[in-house]
Design a protein around this ligand. Sequence first.
Ligand code: ATP
Length: 308
Amino acid sequence: MSAAIEISGLTKVYGAHRALDGVDLEVPEGSVFGFLGPNGAGKTTTLRILSGLASPTAGSGRVFGHDVVASTSAVRAEIGFLPDVPGYYEWMTADEFLRFAGGLFGLSGEALRGRVDALLDLAGLTGVQTRIGGYSRGMKQRLGVAQALINAPRLLMLDEPTSALDPIGRKEVLDMIASLRGRTTVFFSTHILADVERVCDRVAILDRGRVVAAAEMTELKSRYGGQRFVLETTGDAPVLIDRLEAEAWVTGITQLADGRLSVTVSDVEAAQRALPAAIAVLGLGLKRFEPGEISLEEVFVDLVGGER
Ligand code: ATP
């Protein structure tokens, strides 16, 4: 698979502050890639450099092989970009706005009509005659994604596309992003873990200007979190906790609010054999024993830390 984005040693310094500190990252073509990080991590800075709106202090970025500094116009022909605070002509309808945006890319006639109709459909805005000024935030954001697609880019970059939306608005934008899978590579920044879990097949986690993890979603969870089992037993939980803490394959134990135990393990097979046995030895009854995935949130807190 070829790379839509290749970033190497990317560094951006503002005065004494290193907003980006040697970022290395590869986004494969065809992926829906989540660029996850807390506020101030450097996500916007990265996207601005990739789209030619800012220049790096050091390092390089390539989009489909084009250098983002030396070949800005070749890069711009390949990308669509929705900034974190997009601007709209509020007196236009969605149809007028997309036709206007298409015109800026030299589209006209049948080609423009066809593209605009397809994008209105994708955004769920077909037939909406309300002017943009009267839209909900979710509608505006869907229109923004549509507008970023007007030049049929191979790569769509979205800066925090869901952060100002309510749950329904978020779901609609995420569904729109998911529907692009296989057609357009999507690279979007967010600080919302659930969004990444919902639509992304790959993720990179940025913290204080550095990539602290980058992997396929499934790989990231297993690499950093291992597997988790949730147990429900009769009897004395503290005794069981003491016993399990002594096992080498147990990486963490948490007692959940409802009394169940969440046990994370490094060796799943050892856990499957030994957990029921350990419970039996203590004379406890096993009521429930369920394998569960580690959530991205747990991985994130582990890597980035809870304290900011
Ligand atoms: P957010 O979610 O808050 O937008 P982010 O991950 O997008 O965060 P950036 O906007 O890239 O982060 O900012 C990274 C760091 O660089 C922050 O500490 C920010 O204050 C700083 N920064 C960004 N732009 C500038 C600038 N033009 N001048 C000085 N510092 C800046």
